[in-house]
Ligand binder design. Structure first.
Ligand code: CTP
Ligand code: CA
Length: 226
């Protein structure tokens, strides 16, 4: 299949995709995480590869099998994800679909924390690097097209547009996570694509259809047929 697809519209283009959650350690046996399944990021990587792109798939710990025909970089933490993304540069486009943990424990314990009589752990947090913003704002080797996601429960389009502006990315895929319980972790998605040329509300469809449609739009822009 891969060879049949290698002549697709994204042939010769190198595209970075981040996916999945990150795990932020508390100690060697405990971590902070989130409910991301990695399904949407995996579908995007698969669709881009099917269009012939050379895909670097940087994924946090997810149960989802990585798609075939892509270069897989497995990471645990946000800091490792940023480093893997920077190593992947230069790329023609970057799609940041990962649900990166916003905070990490400031100093994870090198040994397992033990219960002590009456004591509770006091965790201090530090803010993680924003990978999407870092890629968008690079002076050198900025990807030609940087796409982020925005998961919102309120004021979807206003919040997503503000996120696009604040981070400096080119497009944002806004995802209403309040609309239907179960979209996070489910097989379908209802998204709104915000670009410089306007806002498109896509009907609810499978995550793979969302991915294929997004890959088509990326191909249009990178090949100048848009
Ligand atoms: N993102 C990232 N690195 C982070 C946080 C977010 O690359 N440390 C990316 C996500 O992959 C996504 C986009 O930024 O493409 C938006 O993530 P989101 O969690 O919706 O936005 P935040 O800026 O973290 O704001 P908040 O969670 O407070 O809404
Ligand atoms: Ca966040």
């Amino acid at each position: 299949v891969q060879s049949a697809l290698a002549d697709g519209p994204l042939k010769g283009r190198r595209i970075l995709v981040t996916s999945g959650p990150t795990h932020e350690p508390i100690d060697p046996v405990r971590y902070i995480a989130n409910r991301s399944s990695g399904a949407q990021g995996t579908a995007i990587a698969r669709a881009l590869a099917a269009f012939g792109a050379e895909v670097v798939f940087v994924t946090g710990p997810a149960d989802m099998p990585a798609p075939g025909g892509v270069e897989v970089q497995r990471v645990e933490t946000a800091q490792q994800m940023l480093a893997a993304c920077e190593t992947a540069l230069p790329v023609d486009a970057a799609v940041c679909a990962a649900a990166v943990a916003d905070w990490r424990v400031a100093s994870a314990s090198p040994s397992k924390m033990k219960k002590t009589a009456g004591g509770l752990p006091q965790l201090e947090f530090a803010e993680n690097p924003d990978i999407l913003a870092a890629l968008s704002q690079r002076a050198e080797n900025r990807p030609g097209l940087v796409i982020g996601f925005a998961a919102e429960t309120d004021d979807l389009e206003a919040n997503a547009a503000a996120k696009l502006k604040r981070k400096g990315c080119d497009w944002i895929v806004a995802n209403d996570v309040s609309e239907a319980m179960g979209i996070m972790g489910g097989t379908e998605n209802a998204v709104t694509l915000i670009t410089q040329s306007g806002t498109e509300r896509w009907p609810r469809m499978s995550k793979y259809r969302v991915a294929a449609r997004l890959a088509g739009k990326i191909a249009d822009v990178l090949t100048g047929s848009d």
